[in-house]
Design a binder for this molecule. Sequence first.
Ligand code: SF4
Length: 385
Amino acid sequence: QCITHCPVNALHERDDTDSVYEAIDDPKKVVIAQIAPSIRTAWGEEFGLSPDVATVERLAEALHMIGFDFILDTDFSADLTIMEEASEFLDHLQHPTDHKFPMFTSCCPGWVRFVKAHYPEFVDQLSTSKSPQQMFGAIAKSYYAKLLQVEPENIYSVSIMPCLAKKQECDIPVMNDACGDPDVDVVLTTREVNRMIRRAYIIPSEIKERALDMPLGLGSGAGNIFGATGGVMEAALRTAYHFATGHNPDPDAFREVRGMEGWKEKVFDMDGTSVKVAVANGLGNASRLLDALKAGKVSYDFVEVMACPGGCVGGGGQPIHDGKFEAPERAGVLYRQDAKNVIRFSHENPSIKEVYQEFLGQPNSERAHHLLHTDHHAWKMPGEK
Ligand code: SF4
């Protein structure tokens, strides 16, 4: 699956577990882990566990037993991404002559690399918001370091991702903190983490659950569905609607963007404004969509693209079961978790409210811009001039 689906065409997964063991053994380092939304749908498969048993809390306990100090949730920074990206989208809608349409999501590094390599004329239309992984890293080595009263250089930031392209993303030279250290030190895939669990002789079905650490361990249902194709769009529309109208929509008002079709398009009414969106998953569908845009055959306001079929639930770093396409089942787990979450909107996550009140100010503030946004032209693809 990783060979055929991985957008960076990784034939062999680079194993970064040794770097993590070194950091765990270093008494100066505070080792933190962020767990991506789609990990909770898949990590237990290699241990024969159902999603009800293979919870994110049980994974947190396993990571703590291995030696991680704090276990946090990328759902938190998915909510942060939505705050920034929904504000950006609204600004585009309110000042249409200042922007080209559609605006594209930018949270998938496989997709960003694809655009830079093959459709550079669309790079300026990518959202400038960093991905949840990179926003998390930036907040971990600034706001969270302050909360922990630890120097940022002593935080070792590990992200647990379904993805091989994320290993490249954390190495992008502009994704650094004020000292020049990477915001995310290392990315481990679901498979690497599972190997670490086995090496530690942990039997996941026999361990208890451990609550994630606060305040960065709290995510909304909207943050959780980032792991499935259509999830970023749905989460962004929930909050963009609130920002535009001052009240919440039905949390399921935008559910029509769900599902495994390769290229979906929908029109939604945002209190009198008609918003046309599209969702593409898999780079073949993205390519068809971009060609249709170039030919003037379609037009949209906002487009989500995820490079892997089904989105991150089908990512190249997830457990592999030959001949099976697991993404629909894994996506179902995320949507059920969203439905059960008492917080369905990114802007209602209390930890998000706190980080803006205490540290960032407003979405798109100067500090938010500095820490949470990026310039997609600031780094080059191999061979790019
Ligand atoms: Fe990585 Fe998810 Fe993009 Fe696949 S869809 S490349 S797993 S971010």
